[in-house]
Design a binder for this molecule. Structure first.
Ligand SMILES: Nc1nc2c(ncn2[C@@H]2O[C@H](COP(=O)(O)OP(=O)(O)OP(=O)(O)O)[C@@H](O)[C@H]2O)c(=O)[nH]1
Ligand SMILES: [Mg+2]
Length: 251
């Protein structure tokens, strides 16, 4: 079971208008500081937060209870005038957990009205999450004869293809910066990762490495996924033939 929490700034649209038209720099600073606090508060509870269009975040919250969410809302209220809504969902796959969270908000299924928390919470019941950390092989060499903006264009094409492919596998893809992507996956991560690595090579001429991690919490899964990716690099740098994917699990 994967549990995720969708965080959204409440009544953000009308509030942004209240700032007048010289507002973009203020909005960017607010979004960056909000992200920093949200990542800090959730990661302290062994979750991990993924940016989704800057005014919305996806936290993978395996093992977190409703009380944990209330605690985080109270902390955020100390630092920000704006309020966040939280919608929690859990399911066998990340995409279905996202649907449950969405349904909880849409049908106003309150878990805690005072703190704007909706949805369905699994808390400390059976939890398991698999995350794939993808990284482009040797992007540094591409920088020699391709300009920064053209690199970005290629990375976003790759992001678009990856998001679409993994959505078809009930999995959620996030861009982490640089040439890094993370996919919150279902249980068939290695099969799907291999398929996508072949597709990216065929359609975009991009070589990817995929580190896979399975843990009880998001932080544990991400730690193992990144360790897997670093293991691929170590094998490559030792002169041996590198595997395309590598997998570690705490189970
Ligand atoms: N989010 C995130 N970004 C990273 C991480 N490691 C590196 N980066 C970013 O990715 C960029 C590219 O670095 P690398 O992927 O190490 O460089 P590379 O030339 O592609 O080398 P290899 O991936 O080892 O083939 C860096 O400039 C960082 O911005 C990571 O673990 N997480
Ligand atoms: Mg790379």
């Amino acid at each position: 079971m994967v549990q995720l929490t969708i965080l959204k700034i409440a009544k953000y649209g009308p509030w942004t208008l209240s700032l007048g038209s010289d507002r973009e720099h203020q909005l960017q600073m607010l979004q960056a500081s909000l992200y920093k606090d949200v990542q800090k508060l959730f990661s302290e509870k062994n979750s991990l937060v993924f940016l989704n269009r800057a005014d919305e975040f996806f936290a993978i919250t395996n093992g977190l209870t409703l009380d944990d969410h209330v605690e985080i809302q109270k902390e955020l209220a100390k630092n920000f005038d704006l309020k966040l809504s939280m919608s929690i969902g859990f399911a066998k796959t990340p995409f279905e957990a996202n649907l449950k969270a969405h349904e909880g908000k849409k049908t106003e299924n309150f878990l805690n009205k005072e703190h704007n928390i909706y949805g369905f919470v699994n808390g400390k019941s059976e939890q398991k999450v698999t995350i794939i950390h993808f990284d482009v092989e040797n992007l540094t060499s591409k920088r020699q004869n391709t300009s920064p903006f053209e690199i970005s264009s290629m990375i976003f094409k790759l992001y678009s293809k990856m998001a679409e492919f993994f959505l078809g596998k009930n999995s959620l893809t996030f861009f982490m910066g640089g040439d890094n992507f993370m996919v919150v996956s279902d249980e068939s991560a290695s099969k799907h990762a291999k398929e996508f690595i072949a597709l990216a090579k065929k359609d975009l001429g991009v070589t990817l490495n995929g580190g896979i991690g399975t843990g009880k919490t998001a932080r544990e899964a991400v730690k193992l996924a990144t360790k897997s990716l670093d293991t691929i690099r170590q094998i490559r740098d030792s002169g041996k033939e590198k595997p395309e994917i590598y997998e570690l699990s705490c189970f």
